[in-house]
Write a protein that binds this ligand. Sequence first.
Ligand code: ADP
Length: 865
Amino acid sequence: MMEQYHALKREAGECLLFYRMGDFFELFFDDAKIAAGVLDIALTSRGESGGEAVPMCGVPVHSADGYLARLIRAGHRVAIAEQVETPDEARARAKAEGKPSSKVLVARKIIRFVTAGTLTEDTLLEPRRANRLAALCELRGRVGLAACDISTGRMELEECEADGVAAALSRLGAREIVAPEDWPDAPYEAIARPPGDFASERGRKRLEELHGVATLDAFGTFSRAMLAAAGGLLAYLDHAGRGSMPFLLPPTVNETGTVMAIDEASRTSLEITATQNGERAGSLLGTVDRCVTSAGARLLAEDLSAPLARRAAIEARLALVRLFHEDPILRGDTREALRAIPDIARALARLVADRGSPRDLGQVRDGLAQARRLNDALTRLRDRPPLLDELLPQLTGHGALVDELSRALVPSPPTERGSGGYIAAGYDAALDALRETSGNARRAIAAMEARYRSETGISALKIKHNGVLGYFIEVPARHGDALMGPDSGFTHRQTMANAVRFNSVHLHEEASRIAEAGGHALAAEEAHFEALVETVVTARERIAQTADALARIDVAAGLAERAAEGDWCAPQIDDAPCLEIVAGRHPVVEAALARAGERFVPNDCGLAETDRLWLIGGPNMGGKSTFLRANALIVLLAQAGSYVPATSARIGLVDRLFSRVGASDNLARGRSTFMVEMVETAAILARASERSFVILDEIGRGTSTYDGLALAWAVAEAIHENNRCRCLFATHYHELARLAESCDALSLHHVRAREWQGDLVLLHEVAEGPADRSYGLAVAKLAGVPPEVVDRASAVLAKLEKGREETGGLAAGLGDLPLFSAAVQAEQQECDSLRDTLSALDVDALSPREALDMLYQLKREAGES
Ligand code: ADP
């Protein structure tokens, strides 16, 4: 057995091997140790002849799904090795091969790899979250990226620069990533796959075959890098499913520039779809989501992960939200109708992947029927927004299919099809006749019981049924002898302590009729099931469209609900680089404060081309960070097509959104926090454009005061002069205020605080002008630092401040600094004089001596500069 096990384990590679033995999946060796730890089940051992004991553990087959889910969540992949023949077949095979049948082992095969990105089972999937698998590879400096969610069939292709990979992956939220094993720059968590899988021509061919088309032109224009990635993705799916392909819709292209770019660090810091602890509750998504369907919730997560960058598309979404916002009755009715709609996208994917059940067919039926009803209600509206007009036709057109499914299926079909009973009466006359036959036979048996009682005079005689004997006649033990006679018409089957069991010719006949009719009925139901699945599969693309349209309507109605609940406003999208927000709030902090019975203080923000960088000072805990994030989230919500928590908002389209917090605790990744802070800041300086929006929270905090101030100063200057983006910059360095003297589009602001009767009151109000002082000691007092420590700190502070007055303080001399642009230019000029000399040089005309002189001269020039 161990030989067979090892062969399968080699095939399973890094995956844990679930080895089927009877009613259990067993795991051995290291697999067993890992699984026992993750699943918290007993680790036992198995003695191997002549060898050491082998560690093992097992999970029951009937509850394997729950265990699989936990292993996958813990980051493992699992190979399922099933028995592919019965013990009888194994013995027959052994006999045919001339081997002793006692030694033979049931053949086993890996039938599937269960991995995070290839799940379709309802029990293993999170309903409100997409489940993506991504493949990527590099082709001539460009990275192709293919992603799919086989639980809904969606497939997306895109291409990006090498440095855009992390951002793209975090936007997609891929659960599993594959990449060629010979690619040195592959993301570290990627599963290495054979490079041959990632060939663009093969990718194209596979896609064409999969969708039965001669060319992919109808689906869009795909670059070679995209096709190569698609090839890698399809090859991996093929491998994981052991040759059976899951449900995939034709691929769509994610064009660059259509969505707002948000890199991984900004995404994490803004807590868009998950908090820093990885939880949905407490994230922007968790606070905004009012969707009533899982598909809607998944789409909302995508919208927030990839806000749009095109004005027309944003306005189209906003118009749909407005429709539901302005009409609360329509909103209520629509949400009520949507609530009744099952997750058709996932039911469909299971049916297409051949893992469907009668219940999935029932869900498709109910979902499509409900979609039709929703369409009827919404078509009656006048002045429909264009997006709704686009969606409505997708809700209908399934009349024939819904009729067929309604006639064919019982109202609530079961998830198991083994015992039948899901095909409705009246759908198939032959099936009805079979059911009639077994019904008649059952009635005949009931009549037989009454007859036997009167014939034998034994009133306690019963006809019973069990799994081992089938139907039998049972009498109490004391009446047993009366029926034992050879001509009694009964044959003895079993004597129990209290009862004796018999058979009779008539009973046997009726029982056979039931069994036979039952068998035929099951086969008939099975045939109908397959035919119905086939009909659904044929219509899969249209059904998927309907599911998408329903999700879009749910998102819009849900956002309208959220807006009404929180008194949000419709943002106005503008082409000018402005950001005018009146009474903006941070949705998550506001909700948290509301739960504690506290009020959020709304604040205005007014960035424009001539006033694009706000420096915000003020005490710790004063609300700087919250103000920064509130504005970033408002921009994000607006471009995702949502209303925003403000009284009014005019938002100039943002192409990239950046959020950085100084020296956050990111040691988990093994880099010092300050290093992380600088790497992230460097990325902003390299990428932010005039259309970007940046929030910087206490940049420079992670190092010594002098370094920190110097860096914060230089970063603020660079953003002002070079990037010229809109930026909110929170800092506790008062000294930065002097930047306002040299940077004309920079203005000073602060969060207000007051000392009242010796106590600090934080007002959380953003006001114009520099912060007057830092209130550090007052904050310390507020935080509960003992009074004697605060007193001592006051004394130290007084000394320091005196010193500052005498020397001019930390920022003494900063006033003499040349302007940022002038300083950079001066350096470049020196460098340029070298360049000029070099380019004027005719190297071929130089004698060796002259060349050497020239080198000395150039070196002197460089040394001077
Ligand atoms: P800072 O960045 O200035 O240190 P934070 O933005 O982290 O301050 O705010 C500290 C706390 O103050 C928040 O956790 C929140 O409870 C509260 N707070 C911040 N802004 C507001 C506001 N506008 N209204 C009410 N409470 C606020």
